[in-house]
Design a binder for this molecule. Structure first.
Ligand SMILES: Cc1cc2nc3c(=O)[nH]c(=O)nc-3n(C[C@H](O)[C@H](O)[C@H](O)COP(=O)(O)O)c2cc1C
Length: 292
């Protein structure tokens, strides 16, 4: 997988937002990652689905999406017409669903890679697939064997040692890993003593998580040979450069899109300006250049 630049969007924060697709600016992104698609349509969780917290937000959307058939019929043609590499994020509830989604995607052309959103239940162990190294390895291996597209494993930060899970994804044959997904979180209304989120718990994203995400990207990049896509609270080029220096070969902009829809382009232009200023011709001079 070779991209014209290292900036993409994080799944679930760019939607299947057809109204943006014609914008010349969107066409400049390195890649686009739409919202995770599941086998069946999902209506998502009850409101409230998003609350703002200090330097971040908690969301519990519940992967609202039209399901793989409607996605392929109604969303994919418009996404393809943007002519930016497409990374399709998918998630299954069981083996049959994962296999079913991959088989349906295999009938399509014009997809650059498939991202496995591993923050889904692992029915055997009652934890997320991304919290179980063995389950991660097996699922990646199975998807890699079936998929005609490269496989990216998206990891959860809600683990004891994310490098171990990244290693399992690499052992399973993943072409890349992406991290981090959101951190399990809560916010409570002290007057009502109820959670401020309809689903009671949710996932924390935004600048609040960035230092932990940078740390995790650093650990993973030092542990595996496959490329790392870094994300978590990237608001500007400076933040993105932290991830690149830590070892990410690509960065994704998520929560920032809710504040500034132009954030991914600002990040891209900021990286270009940094390179010009510092007389750097090749982004590889930045990637993994952390001095210790
Ligand atoms: C509203 C919202 C919806 C999200 N939906 C998804 C999703 O469908 N699939 C997925 O893999 N990650 C999803 N994420 C996680 C982001 O892709 C990203 O991993 C995370 O938010 C950290 O990056 P950020 O701090 O830049 O947002 C979602 C995040 C937010 C805020």
């Amino acid at each position: 997988m070779l991209f014209k630049n290292p900036v993409t969007v994080a799944s679930g924060t760019f939607g299947h937002s057809e109204r943006y697709y014609d914008l010349e600016e969107v066409k400049r992104l390195g890649a686009i990652v739409p919202k995770t698609v599941t086998f069946h349509p999902q209506t998502g969780n009850p409101p409230v689905r998003i609350v703002e917290t200090a330097s971040g937000m908690i969301n519990a959307i519940g992967i609202e999406n039209p399901g793989i058939d409607a996605f392929i019929a109604d969303k994919l043609p418009a996404l393809k017409s943007i002519r930016v590499p497409l990374i399709i994020s998918i998630s299954g509830k069981d083996e049959e669903q994962w296999v079913g989604i991959i088989e349906k995607l295999n009938t399509q052309e014009g997809i650059t890679a498939v991202e496995l959103n591993l923050s889904c239940p692992n029915l055997k162990n009652k934890v997320l697939v991304a919290q179980d190294a063995q389950a991660t390895m097996q699922l990646v291996k199975q998807m890699k064997a079936l998929s005609k597209f490269p496989i990216i494993a998206k990891l959860s930060p809600n683990v004891t040692d994310i490098a171990q899970i990244a290693q399992a994804a690499e052992d399973g044959g993943a072409d890349a890993v992406s991290l981090v997904n959101t951190f399990q979180a809560m916010a409570i209304d002290v007057k009502t003593r109820r959670s401020r989120i309809g689903n009671i718990t949710g996932g924390l994203s935004g600048p609040a998580i960035r230092p932990i995400a940078v740390y995790m990207v650093r650990r993973v990049a030092a542990s595996v040979k496959i490329p790392v896509i870094g994300m978590g609270g990237i608001m500007n080029a400076q933040d993105a450069l932290e991830f690149l220096i830590a070892g990410a070969t690509m960065v994704a902009v998520g929560t920032a899109n809710f504040i500034n829809p132009r954030a991914p382009l600002d990040v891209l232009e900021g990286i270009e300006a940094f390179m010009k200023e510092n007389k750097i011709d090749d982004i590889n001079e930045i990637i993994g250049s952390l001095k210790v």
